[in-house]
Design a protein around this ligand. Structure first.
Ligand code: RRO
Length: 301
């Protein structure tokens, strides 16, 4: 069940996705104790942000739509959580970083690594916060500058979390890898909204949000499959994984590891253990000796 992600050793291929319970050392430790092979924090920027007013989350038929608006305490305050988390965590700690300019990404990433982050994941794909996220992740030139700047600022693996809200995710993935990304996370949430038929108004205070959960899994599988055909760096699959079969589907598409987020809200924290425990017998039954042997297996002709 061991996997190697650009030099990061994971005891099993399940990871906590950014945005869910990744705010404090305690919750990160709790997720690791529940079996996650690595944890990713909520995205953190240079300065504190309140995020949007409630409602920030609404349940859809097959998932959740959120528009949190990047609430975070800012890297200087959050560095304390990183340091505390590093004292207790037995698994790699990846800090999700956002910025409004390439220098900001680099400064936050450097401070995160100085505080103990084992890697950073660049959030260039938040679907609804202006001037960060998608504006960067939809533009290959700006994205390349961000990645290059961060790569010169830190000596730890740099992962880039991609948006599905683009015409061609492969084109963006290739730009990130060419600029030096050590791995790619696919995908962030899909732009979505919900309207209340009683009030006749959009439910989220921000109106538009990002859809996650089982509804987006087929979209995420297609993204991983397409990216795998064109890039050599490890891909971390993310989007709608709730059980071991979902995870296996992502490996077969080309993911080397998977992230779980919404299933924690819809199911329970022990989803990491149940997913990992399901993968092992599947590998055995099929005659494989490791997860690595099935990464990208669906691409063979
Ligand atoms: O905080 C958010 O509203 C948010 C972020 Br940063 C993100 O990357 N994806 C998302 O669905 N919500």
């Amino acid at each position: 069940m061991n996997v190697d992600l650009a030099g990061l050793r994971l005891a099993n291929p399940t990871m906590l996705a950014s945005g869910v319970l990744g705010y404090t050392a305690e919750t990160l430790e709790n997720i690791a104790e529940n079996g996650a092979g690595a944890v990713v924090t909520k995205s953190v920027g240079l300065k504190p942000r309140d995020g949007y007013a409630n409602p920030t989350v609404v349940q859809a038929s097959c998932g959740l739509i959120n528009a949190m608006g990047l609430p975070n305490s800012g890297i200087d305050e959050f560095a304390k959580e990183i340091r505390s988390a590093k004292k207790v965590l037995q698994v790699p700690l990846i800090v999700s970083v956002y910025g409004f300019a390439e220098e900001e990404y680099a400064t936050v990433a450097r401070k995160a690594v100085e505080a103990g982050a084992d890697a950073v994941e660049l959030n260039v794909s938040c679907p609804h916060v202006k001037e960060t996220g998608s504006e960067i992740g939809q533009n290959p030139e700006i994205l390349a500058k961000v990645v290059m700047k961060v790569k010169t600022a830190v000596a730890k693996p740099v992962f880039v979390k991609l948006s599905p809200n683009v015409t061609d995710i492969v084109y963006i993935a290739e730009a990130a890898v060419k600029a030096g990304a050590d791995g790619l996370t696919a995908i962030n949430t899909v732009r979505a909204m919900a309207i209340d038929t009683e009030t006749t108004m959009p439910i989220l205070s921000n109106k538009r949000g990002g859809l996650s959960g089982p509804a987006v899994k087929p979209v995420a599988i297609r993204c991983v499959y397409d990216i795998y055909e064109r890039v050599k760096v490890p891909i971390i699959g993310c989007g709608g994984i709730t059980d071991w079969r979902d995870a296996v589907e992502f490996f077969l598409a080309g993911a080397s590891a998977i992230q779980i987020g919404t299933a924690i809200a819809l199911k329970r924290c022990n989803v990491f253990k149940t997913v990992a425990r399901g993968i092992e017998p599947y590998l055995k039954k099929k005659g494989f000796e490791s997860v690595n042997e099935i990464v990208g297996l669906s691409h063979r002709s």
